[in-house]
Design a protein around this ligand. Structure first.
Ligand code: ADP
Ligand code: MG
Length: 343
């Protein structure tokens, strides 16, 4: 009898390994947009410009006026596990930036035609790397431009999983909204298929922020929501709570942020749902924008590659604080007048 053939083990070629790893981070154009804008936010940008074409499959370009990347580091920025945001294991427990895994640019570069151009303030011009060619000098303002073209051009199986342009565009818009609501102090300019699509000036005070919220969530939401802010023992919760009578058939107007990181967090949603309790008609969902702020060592953001989830060190205390705070706000009949939208 012939001996069974034993499958032999080999290390995957780096390009293939990167393509496989990219699956964790880059699901569709919207995930590319999220990663690029988060990098711009981490770089301290004040203005972020987004351009997308053909549902983001054809092009996503994000330009920022942040700190830029040192030209010696440009090629390295595209390598897996390359990051300037953490250096030691202990820092994992105290993450203050949105990124830290050093995976996004490598992943996006593995599944699209990527170019990265950047200039730091000390340099007279910028530098650009395209598809792993050596860095070339270019004219560029201080800051960074990242361009991802032809998403999944080299992984047809993944490309087939993408929806049509319209659906991908809707997903881009959802992510844009989530990002623009995460940082009111930053201005965003968005164009789609080479036409201006949305301009959101920076806004510092709640009243100005309401204009951005109206633009993104609709006037009905802002007219039926209350601004609030409560702080206790290192926990701060603020945001806008939709009146129970503005309950919706969908959960599409529920935005949650933990330390300005957009999250799909079960704990926050559960706490909010509990606070609304039976104030909501059956089968209807509340609308809200919730911003939770707490010391970084109280959360673990390294729970998932997309960083959409966080773990709370003291989840019961956080849950209780949210339920109590929101229930108290909902009990009050009069909204905090100064923060209502003046029509
Ligand atoms: P991470 O954000 O997890 O560090 P990325 O792959 O997204 O990993 O980016 C790698 C590195 O490239 C970052 O750590 C940062 O130093 C640099 N970088 C990426 N985008 C920008 C940007 N827009 N501005 C400045 N630096 C950037
Ligand atoms: Mg990043």
């Amino acid at each position: 009898m012939a001996a069974p053939s034993i499958p032999r083990i080999q290390i995957l070629p780096p390009a293939l390994a990167n393509q496989i790893a990219a699956g964790e981070v880059v699901e569709r154009p919207a995930s590319v947009l999220k990663e690029l804008v988060e990098n711009a936010l981490d770089a301290g940008a004040q203005r972020i410009e987004i351009e997308a074409e053909v549902g983001g499959i054809g092009l996503i370009r994000v330009r920022d006026d942040g700190c830029g990347i040192h030209h010696d580091d440009l090629p390295m920025a595209l390598s897996p596990h390359a990051t300037s945001k953490i250096h030691h294991e202990e820092e994992l427990l105290n993450i203050t930036t949105l990124g830290f895994r050093g995976e996004a640019l490598a992943s996006i570069g593995a599944v699209s035609r990527l170019s990265l151009c950047s200039r730091i303030a000390d340099s007279e011009h910028g530098w650009c790397v395209r598809e792993n060619t050596p860095a070339q000098p270019i004219a560029h303002p201080v800051g960074t431009t990242v361009e991802a073209r032809d998403l999944f051009y080299n992984t047809p199986a993944r490309r087939r999983f993408l929806r049509g342009e319209k659906t991908e565009f809707i997903r881009l818009r959802t992510i844009q909204t989530q990002l623009a609501l995460s940082h009111f102090e930053i201005s965003f300019r968005i164009s789609y298929n080479r036409r201006p699509f949305l301009t959101l000036p920076a806004c510092a005070r709640p009243l100005e922020q309401l204009k951005r919220i109206t633009e993104l969530c609709g006037r009905t939401f802002t007219e039926h929501s209350m601004y609030f802010k409560r702080e206790t023992e290192g926990l701060c919760l603020w945001g806008w709570l939709g009146h129970p009578e503005f309950a919706r058939s969908q959960t599409d107007l529920q935005y949650c942020y933990v330390n300005h990181r957009m999250v799909r967090d079960k704990l926050l949603r559960h706490a909010a749902r509990q606070a609304y309790g039976d104030r909501l008609p059956q089968g209807r969902h509340p609308s809200y924008l919730l911003y939770l702020e707490l010391p970084t060592h109280q959360i673990d953001v390294n729970a998932h590659p997309t960083k959409h989830e966080v773990r709370f060190r003291e989840s019961r205390r956080v849950h209780g604080f949210i339920v109590r705070t929101l229930a108290e706000i909902l009990e009050r009949t009069e909204p905090e007048e100064e923060h209502r939208l003046v029509s």
